[in-house]
Design a protein. Structure first.
Length: 229
């Protein structure tokens, strides 16, 4: 069994929990509160900005142009393609996407970004890949899970979101990150692989918490932003 499949097996309980989370269930049923959709998009926009930053760190850690080109291409995927599912949620919520950009991260999202950035800056390439992988992998499986169980047609309010994450382009992101992680794992010892394992599991846990954060409209305990007089 490959290293990435071992990680997926260890994280199965978390993946199953994500499939059953009320936010994901709501995506399947086409029934989510406007406030939850808005909260999710606000946080995910900034989270994906951090993902781009980490791809930049991956380029800096890369030793060949093939890897550099790959990470550069994935930056383009976020900038040019991953805006489509956000726009779908905004359309359902009845808000303009541009009005949801530039907001502070809620506590869970802030924790997730800090985890990924510190892992990318201080860890090995394998740890970086392991910290990134749960995001595309869980979304790919959510997309397939909802497509297989709900079988949405184009009239489903979240049809574009579901089909985007179930499509081949999203699959290729996960497949290539897994391939790179598995190649790395073949060259290192158990201590290094255990560090990558911990980074992967923590990101999986935080993926679940991200859905919970969005569904419960999580905010910092005290709002210290003051209105201008």
């Amino acid at each position: 069994m490959s290293f990435s499949l071992q990680l997926r097996k260890e994280a199965d309980t978390i993946f199953e929990g994500i499939f059953k989370h009320p936010f994901v269930v709501g995506l399947g049923k086409g029934d989510l509160k406007k406030e939850a959709l808005i909260h999710y998009v606000k946080a995910d926009f900034e989270y994906l900005n951090a993902f781009i930053n980490i791809y930049g760190l991956a380029i800096a850690k890369s030793s060949n142009r093939e890897d550099m080109a790959y990470f550069q291409d994935k930056i383009g995927f976020i900038l040019n393609s991953e805006i489509h599912p956000h726009n779908n949620l905004c359309q359902v919520a009845g808000v303009d996407y541009d009005d949801l950009k530039g907001f502070p991260l809620p506590p869970t999202a802030d924790h997730y970004v800090s985890h990924m950035k510190s892992t990318a800056q201080q860890g090995s390439m394998g740890e970086l890949l392991a910290a990134l992988l749960p995001c595309p992998w869980t979304y790919l499986e959510i997309g397939h899970y909802l497509q297989d169980t709900i079988k949405p047609d184009p009239n489903h309010p979240f049809y574009e979101w579901i089909t985007f994450y179930a499509k081949e382009e999203t699959d290729s992101v996960t497949t290539e990150l897994r391939r790179k992680l598995d190649q790395w794992a073949e060259t290192v010892g158990e201590t290094e692989k255990d560090k990558a394992r911990q980074a992967f599991i923590k990101s999986c846990q935080l993926e679940y918490n991200f859905w919970e954060m969005s569904y419960t409209l999580e905010e910092w305990p005290f709002n210290l932003v003051t209105e201008e007089v």
